[in-house]
Design a protein around this ligand. Structure first.
Ligand SMILES: [Zn+2]
Length: 291
């Protein structure tokens, strides 16, 4: 499935790899008491929490951004054949869904000029590489891959100390650097007047989002600065994999305030389909309203 969104000179496609219930909600939002979670489940079910399993419903997807100058892939999902022993849903996947949806977006792997990884977690770097003759090689042979410099420093150091804690760095990030395809950039890097990175730290140490288009015809591709409408309504609620949940909460409140009641389309990585919408206020928080 792919959805085309036209914003002036820029076109955006969602490219889905997976959608469904993935993580137990109580584990996913560790700061919530059982009573608080039960209260929130009343409005999060059935779309955002699966009533049968109590799991958070998520998309795993990339966004393809086509500008007059470049074709850009924001985040690269889980990938095929990657050993992920700690997560059965992502372990050694073998699916043609991602390639099928990439083709439906009208692009081949050769067309991608830039891959931008909002952060270096396993569901955002996987298709950076593919298996070829028992080696991990860049999936997008003509692309420059943008990683935030402090994000890369953090994870490459972690990998050096104990690679078993982050196998996705070993198979999906380091081979890109070894192949001289990586550009380590500041998380406020500006590619041109249509594409700029915006620092959105907290979920990871140097997480960025990607702002594309011209004022009034623009989109903000969040990456994992938000995972659930629970965190738009209550920006201070963290999730289990946060580097710094307090910082992540501050980032959400700042960014949501900046785009609230504006035409900017918010494109989330993980909200269930359609995953996109505009920000409006909701009591002392916010909500993303789909078109
Ligand atoms: Zn993610």
């Amino acid at each position: 499935m792919t959805t085309q969104i036209a914003l002036g000179a820029v076109t955006i496609h969602r490219v889905l790899e997976q959608e469904g219930p993935f993580f137990d909600a109580a584990t996913f939002f560790p700061s919530l008491s059982a009573e608080e979670l039960a209260e929130h489940r009343k409005w999060l079910e059935p779309t955002y929490i699966d009533p049968a399993t109590g799991k958070v419903v998520l998309c795993v997807q990339s966004y393809v951004v086509k500008t007059p100058h470049h074709t850009i892939l924001v985040d690269s999902c889980v990938g095929n054949h990657k050993p992920r022993p700690s997560n059965a849903a992502w372990d050694r996947m073998s699916s043609d869904r991602y390639q099928t949806n990439l083709a439906a977006a009208g692009v081949t792997v050769d067309d991608i000029d830039y891959v931008m990884c909002t952060h270096l977690h396993p569901d955002h770097v996987g298709w950076n590489t593919r298996l070829k003759d028992s080696r991990w090689v860049p999936t997008f042979p003509n692309a420059r891959y943008l990683f935030a410099d402090r994000e890369y420093a953090h994870w490459s150091e972690k990998e050096k100390i104990d690679s078993e804690t982050c196998p996705w760095i070993t198979d999906s990030v380091l081979p890109i650097v070894a192949a001289n395809r990586a550009d380590l950039v500041a998380s406020d890097h500006q590619l041109n007047d249509l594409v700029m990175l915006v620092p959105t730290p907290g979920h990871t140490i140097d997480h960025f989002s990607v702002h594309v288009g011209k004022p009034g015809e623009d989109a903000f591709i969040t990456g994992d600065m938000v995972h659930s409408p629970l965190q738009t309504r209550y920006p201070e609620i963290g999730m289990r994999a946060d580097y710094d949940s307090v910082m992540a909460g501050r980032t959400r409140r700042t960014i949501f305030g900046r785009f609230c009641d504006t035409p900017t389309l918010i494109c989330t990585a993980h909200f269930p389909s359609p995953s996109t919408g505009r920000l409006t206020r909701w009591d002392d928080g916010f909500r993303i309203v789909a078109d």
